[in-house]
Design a protein around this ligand. Structure first.
Ligand SMILES: CC(C)(COP(=O)(O)OP(=O)(O)OC[C@H]1O[C@@H](n2cnc3c(N)ncnc32)[C@H](O)[C@@H]1OP(=O)(O)O)[C@@H](O)C(=O)NCCC(=O)NCCS
Length: 213
């Protein structure tokens, strides 16, 4: 029963993707941030990507510590509006692990750091994104993301993920960006579909997605 549902979903989504892939990176100009990364220190201080509504800021180790321990301090340091947010408990160990990865391998900072999505109009952090490490043996990097519920369904995650994908696919040694979603996470599935990801496999609980040139 669940398997049938997954198969059906798989077919519907992939059919939609064949019909139109509005956010496919192949259709867009790559951002120039990769050059900035390469020319800067390993710590990605203030490296950023821009979309029409968002600035995506690659956080430094110190900024990630503030993100984990004192969100208000992070917002203050970045000159942003105080939102009263705090990092969700389940994300804290993820940020701590990312910090220790960066300390051990600073040249991989941009594949481990958190990227804060700042809504330009309000100068407010409305989401965060991250790659889950440097390219794997198949030259793939995996992306994860979460947005503030007050800002859902405005296309912001799609805008941010699309730009992160465009940037990643322009980096040396990256052939594809992958992602996984829980089968019931329709919003996340829709984000990936709109960006141009296709489903590569499925289990009873998860769908696995990929986008490449
Ligand atoms: C997934 C998430 C990042 C999406 O953020 P967002 O900014 O709302 O995303 P967008 O607005 O770009 O796109 C959401 C799409 O999902 C659709 N959607 C949302 N809830 C839906 C539902 N219950 N049923 C059908 N479609 C739904 C929206 O209508 C929109 O599609 P549309 O543009 O075709 O109308 C956000 O829901 C989130 O943070 N969830 C919790 C964390 C998470 O699940 N992260 C992903 C882990 S893989």
């Amino acid at each position: 029963m669940v398997r049938n549902l997954v198969d059906r979903l798989f077919r519907i989504l992939n059919e939609g993707q064949r019909k139109g892939r509005p956010g496919h990176p192949g259709n867009s100009r790559l951002s120039t941030i990769s050059a900035d990364f390469r020319s800067s220190s390993p710590d990605p201080t203030m490296n950023r990507l821009d979309t029409p509504r968002l600035t995506l800021m690659a956080l430094t180790v110190q900024q990630m510590r503030w993100q984990r321990d004192s969100f208000a301090r992070l917002e203050q340091a970045l000159g942003l509006a105080a939102s009263g947010q705090r990092l969700e408990d389940e994300l804290r160990p993820i940020v701590s692990r990312a910090i220790s990865h960066i300390r051990r391998r600073p040249h991989h900072a941009h594949w481990h750091c958190q990227w804060a999505a700042v809504l330009k109009e309000e100068r407010r952090i409305v989401g965060s994104l991250a790659f889950k490490g440097p390219p794997n043996r198949d030259d793939e990097v995996e992306i994860g993301y979460g947005f503030d519920p007050s800002y859902h369904n405005r296309g912001l995650a799609t805008e941010a993920v699309g730009e992160m994908v465009r940037w990643a696919l322009g980096e040396d040694g990256v052939k594809a960006v992958i992602a996984e979603t829980a089968n019931m996470n329709v919003a996340s599935m829709r984000v990936l579909q709109k960006v141009g990801f296709v489903i590569t496999s499925a289990t009873q609980r998860y769908l696995y997605w990929k986008i490449s040139f």
